[in-house]
Structure formats: C-alpha cells, structure tokens
Design a protein around this ligand. Structure first.
Ligand code: ARG
Length: 460
C-alpha cells in the first residue's frame, strides 16, 4: 500500500511508479530504518503518545523483521516504493492495527534523513578502519625501506635523491589528514533530525532528546526545516571521499609508472596484475589503473550531489531522493580501493638497485655539488653554472658523475678536491638531508613513529 494514497484517486502511471521508486537503492538502509523506528516507537510510548501495548507490539514486530533480515528470511517486496514503505507495510502485515500507528508524529522526511545519517555513520567507521590499515601497510613498507634510495621528482624530472620510506611517509601524512577529515565530517553528521517531521515539527509532545540518545546521536538538530533539508553531511562526505580517491589515484599513478619497463623500480605481485590476451609478455598493473580510474566516478558523485542540491528551496523536495546512489557508490568505491591499495603495497617487490641507479643516471647529486662549491666560497649562481657544465660533459660522455675523473672536475673549478666523491655518494647526500621533514633515515624514522603514534591516539 502507498503511504501517501490519501486524497489521490486512481493509480500511478506504471512508468511513473517505477520512476518514483527508490527501494532498489535505499533498501541498503533497512537496518537503520528499523532501528530508527524502534527508537521512535519507544519514545511514543514513553511520552504517552501511544499506548504501551501498541508500542510493545510494534517493537516486537520490528525486532522480528530485523531477526528475519539477519537470518536471510525476510522476503523483500520488489514493488515497494521505498524502504520506509516496505518496513511499515511489512510490520502492519505482521501485527495488524498497531503497525499503522508507528508513523504518528513522524514523516518520511525526517525518517530518511535519520536513516541516512545512521547508515553513513557506520560506513565512516568502516572507512576509518580501512584507512588505518592502509596507513599501517605504508608504515611497514617504509620501515623496510628507510635506506632505499630513489629519485625524488619535480615535474616528473629526476630532482634529488630521497628514500622510498620518505616517499611513503608523504602519503601517510595525506591519509592521516583524510582520517581527520572523516572524523570531522562525522561530527556534523552525528546529529539527530528525527522529530522534525515533515518540516514544521509537531504538536504531539515528542521527546527528540530521547530518540537522539537511543540512536547514539550526539545532539538534536536545532531547526526542523534545516533537519529535513540539510544534505551538507552528504556533500561533505562525498568531498572527503573524493579527496581520498584522488590521493589513492596519485599513488596508483606512481605505481604504474614505477612498474613500467623503463623505470622497473617495483614489481607488482602477480595476484594484483593481469596479462594480455594477445601479447604474451605483458604484465599489466590493472588494479592500480582501476584505482586511478575509479577516482573519476567518486569525483563525479561529488559533483552530482552538489548539483542535485543547488537550486532546492527549503524544505524537502523529491530531488533529494537522488542523494543516495552517488554517496553509496563513493563509499563502496573508496572502501574497495583502500583495501586493494594496501594489499598491493604489502606485496610489492622493490628493485633497490634500479632505484639507486636511476639517481645516478639522473645526476641527482648536482645540487649537492653546487653546495660543495658554495661552501668553498663560490657564489651559488656561479656554482650552479659550473655544475651545469659538468653535467653537460658527463651527459655527452654517457657517464655518471661518479665515473668522471677528478681532472674533469678540476678543469671546471680548482676548488674541487678528492673528497668530491664522498659528496656525490647518494647515501651521504640522503643522510645529510636531516632537516625536519627531510629524507635522512633517522628523520624518516621519526616521521613514521609520529604517524604510528597519531594512529594509535586516533579515535572517532
Ligand atoms: N524515498 C524518499 C527519499 O529518499 C523518502 C522521503 C519521501 N518523502 C516525501 N515527502 N515524498 O527521499
């Protein structure tokens, strides 16, 4: 039965009926819909709005439905308009008259807002855990690679030597901020709209504080119009998820580049790679590519939800039914991407020799050579020019800086001495970069300890 049949006569057009229905999508909130109804019914009993006998029947009926759901015995009605309609009809089917009283002092408008907040609150808890696992995976890989030297890039041009641990620590910092963003978003989401009714509250003596407490909301939303119209929490969560997806996409892109033949810095495990149906030699980083590719849909979902809400006058409008598919899709997408990325990282093979070799081929000691001359009293600008000349010579001869004899150095500047070969040693360069936040192994060890401590102290 339609909950809204009331004054409308005649049947809804068949296509319109399908168009209007949202059960296929909002059945995902079935547990939260039942929990919200149990809290609402409890409150109706406590305030004397409903008789205790009715309330008991309602709650028992709802608990039975929940039990059947858990045991896979609940038969879903594909014709149901939405999850709220389905549960109310199912309840009335089971307990009769009392079921029809559940919707006293409530509207689907505050109901749907409540369900969504409860549902997304539990998703945030799961995403938080996945983010924590992902950060721990990066920490453990970083700890094994504190001294794994590799080129750091700017403009994707080899710039200065860093370590793989330093690189991973950077992604940990982003993911830590993502964790905080999630927790922050949760604060505003964790407020109860229940009792706002359609938009204008109610003249029944309801107790909004009680339902909020029963549902573990932190507070009651102050304004009933806002409570049913607000979808900020969806926009915000979509935004946070888009940032996470974009961070993952950047990292996926690097894994793809690093695993390509010219780089060969890493090998992605076979269990996260595919072959080609035509080229037998191929090993493709499909999972990393999918993580990169799926960031597009998460970004699209953010734009969808912003656009959906942008012209809506207060309070509820049916446009808002369109808020669910995209946020659920983003939630699912980010969850699987986080899990896959953590596992790709944990099963990576690191080609340390190749990484080190790339620093030498890329003349990554050039800046340190210039600094060497500066320490001998040569102005930086001149030193920069001299080292550019030196790199030019090495490049022409197809040699690394370490392979050039001291004479060549001294032709450029008499200030170069035997110790120059110590200076251009990548390990020495990295060890010397011990400024706060830099790549020196001891400093990155500090960063990782800091990340782990942050993780441990983190709670939502
Ligand atoms: N299925 C609807 C939604 O998701 C529930 C709220 C319906 N409210 C209404 N006034 N028609 O938005």
């Amino acid at each position: 039965m339609k909950l809204w049949q009331g004054m409308l006569s005649g049947e809804l057009n068949q296509k319109a009926e399908e168009f209007n229905a949202s059960f296929a999508i909002d059945q995902r909130m079935i547990c939260q819909d039942i929990d919200g109804s149990i809290a609402h019914a409890t409150m109706l009993g406590k305030t004397g709005i409903l008789l205790q006998n009715d309330v008991e029947q309602i709650i028992t009926g709802l608990q039975e439905i929940k039990g059947d759901l858990k045991n896979n015995l609940l038969k879903l009605d594909p014709q149901a308009e939405d999850v709220h309609t389905f549960i109310e009809n199912e309840l009335t089917k089971r307990i009769g008259e009392a079921g029809k009283k559940l919707h006293t002092a409530r509207s689907r408008n505050d109901q749907v807002a409540t369900d969504l907040r409860l549902n997304l609150r539990s998703e945030i808890a799961q995403i938080t855990e996945l983010l924590q696992d992902y950060i721990m995976a990066m920490c453990s890989l970083a700890e094994q690679n504190l001294t794994t030297i590799m080129p750091g890039y700017t403009h994707l041009q080899a710039a200065q030597p860093i370590t793989l641990a330093h690189h991973l620590s950077a992604y940990c910092m982003m993911a830590l901020r993502d964790l905080e963003r999630l927790a922050d978003c949760r604060k505003r989401l964790n407020q109860s709209p229940l009792g706002a009714c359609a938009l204008a509250g109610t003249s029944y003596p309801i107790d909004r504080q009680l339902t909020a407490e029963l549902l573990n909301f932190e507070s009651v939303m102050q304004n009933s119009m806002d409570a049913v119209s607000d979808r900020d929490f969806i926009l915000e969560l979509n935004g946070v998820l888009a940032i996470i997806a974009i961070h993952l996409s950047r990292q996926a892109e690097e894994l793809i580049i690093w695993s390509s033949q010219p780089y060969s810095f890493i090998r992605i495990a076979d269990e996260f790679s595919t072959g080609s149906s035509i080229m037998p030699q191929k090993k493709n980083p499909d999972m990393a590519e999918l993580i990169r590719g799926k960031s597009g849909r998460v970004l699209g979902n953010l734009i969808q939800s912003l656009t959906m809400i942008k012209g809506l006058p207060l309070a509820y409008a049916k446009d808002m039914q369109e808020d669910k598919e995209s946020i659920f899709d983003s939630v699912d997408t980010v969850k699987i991407c986080l899990e896959i990325m953590a596992n790709i990282l944990l099963s990576l093979t690191i080609n340390q020799d190749q990484m080190l070799h790339a620093t030498e081929l890329g003349y990554l000691a050039a800046t340190d050579l210039a600094d060497y001359l500066v320490k001998k009293g040569i102005p930086f600008r001149d030193a920069h020019h001299m080292i550019a000349q030196l790199v030019g010579i090495a490049d022409k001869e197809g040699k690394t800086l370490a392979e050039l004899p001291l004479e060549v150095y001294r032709e450029i500047s008499r200030s170069f001495e035997e110790d120059i070969f110590e200076v251009i040693d990548m390990k020495n360069i990295v060890n010397a970069k011990n400024s706060f936040g830099g790549p020196a192994p001891a400093e990155v060890e500090r960063q990782i300890a800091w990340i782990k401590q942050k993780l441990q102290a983190f709670s939502i």
